[in-house]
Design a protein around this ligand. Structure first.
Ligand SMILES: [Ca+2]
Ligand SMILES: [Ca+2]
Length: 365
């Protein structure tokens, strides 16, 4: 009787030990995977540009920026994103900045129409110029109360205003990070998470789930057009409108996709960037990609003011060729600018925006 009891206890202990060992091995394997995906041990080399100065009035981030052909930039500011700092309780705003003006003063765009400005939480932006009448449309990813929706505005240049047109909500647009407008009412959007529950969202990178996708939206069709991303961040289009570029941020790659006739995308290739790149801007004349990147994902997630995340700007030339050139144009350890998310060139200058901090403008060498 005693012998049976002892062997029963021994058996249970053996099962328990096996479970503990398996759990430890699983956690160990996950920690190694997370260190790899966050580039947490990467050392950054400082690489500065000449004549840099901060854009006055930007203190709470300019997560996304895009520049019109005539040098007018739109800045999406004041993002509140779960898990990341935001240093202002005020709603977000869109600013304009004329890069041809020597004083480089930002101006808040007044929003006209039936739009709830009090809950405005702008994230990724994209501009569409209608060739028919020259009208400029600004598409903005908005997260009021943590939800995801896309706002379409028309830019009223002589009033420095945005005329609100409409809001687009759809179950497929559940965690939108960025968009690229391809018509007055149509766009491609990236989802940076699969789940909407905050705890389950955290589990996605922990378990290396690759369930994020790209969605095409038009008033006639809404559909998933590409999937299999651990997280899909910035998205933009080539000047000839044939290719889409998507930041596969947790894989440290830029995915190149070809737009098929039926709006479905076919995979072309991936280009290694060795950094967690956020938004993508495409230079019109050259077709070069400019990327605002997070050189160390762990520091970005922790966002400790005493050990801040750095910033990095990467340029990709000839991305469609056999040998794309990937150049680190600017890097800083966070002592100048924290958590860069976008970079865009204009007229020999480079404008760099961040998720929750400042914006910097420098001369390109
Ligand atoms: Ca964008
Ligand atoms: Ca982004």
């Amino acid at each position: 009787m005693l012998f049976t009891r002892v062997s029963d206890i021994m058996g249970k202990l053996a099962i328990l030990s096996l479970a503990v060992i398996s759990l430890a091995a699983f956690i160990g394997e996950r920690l190694v995977a997370l260190r790899h995906l966050s580039l947490s041990s990467r050392e950054l080399t400082q690489n500065y540009l000449p004549n840099c100065h901060m854009i006055e009035g930007i203190e709470y981030g300019a997560e996304d920026i895009t520049i019109l052909d005539d040098g007018l930039a739109f800045l999406s500011t004041g993002l509140k994103y779960p898990g990341l700092p935001s240093y202002s309780d005020d709603p977000g705003k869109i600013y304009s900045l004329n890069l041809l003006d020597s004083d480089l003063k930002i101006k808040a765009l007044n929003i006209k129409g039936q739009f709830d400005k009090g809950s405005f939480n702008p994230h990724g932006i994209s501009v569409y110029a209608d060739v028919k009448d020259g009208a400029i449309y600004l598409f903005v990813v908005n997260h009021p109360q943590g939800k995801s929706q896309v706002e379409i505005f028309r830019f009223v240049e002589d009033e420095n205003a945005l005329q609100y047109i409409r809001t687009i909500r759809h179950e497929l647009l559940h965690n939108v990070n960025d968009i690229v407008a391809v018509g007055t009412e149509s766009f491609y959007a990236t989802n940076d998470h699969y789940f909407t529950n905050e705890i389950l969202k955290v589990m996605e990178p922990l378990l290396s789930l690759s369930w994020c996708d790209i969605v095409y939206y038009s008033p006639q069709t809404v559909q998933v057009v590409a999937g299999g991303f651990p997280s899909a961040n910035g998205i933009n289009i080539s000047p000839d409108k044939r290719h889409l570029y998507v930041s596969n941020i947790l894989k440290h790659k830029i995915s190149v996709l070809e737009i098929q006739k039926n709006t479905v995308l076919s995979h072309v290739k991936e280009v290694d960037v060795g950094s967690l790149c956020d938004n993508i801007e495409v230079e019109r004349e050259s077709g070069d990609l400019w990327l605002g990147c997070h050189p160390n994902g762990l520091k970005f997630m922790l966002s400790d003011p005493n050990d801040p995340p750095g910033s990095e700007v990467i340029r990709i030339e000839n991305i469609l060729s056999e040998k794309p050139q990937v150049t680190r144009v600017y890097s800083d350890d966070g002592s100048v600018i924290i958590a860069s998310s976008v970079a865009t060139p204009y007229g020999g200058k480079l404008l760099i925006g961040t998720v929750y901090q400042k914006a910097l403008i420098c001369d390109l060498k």
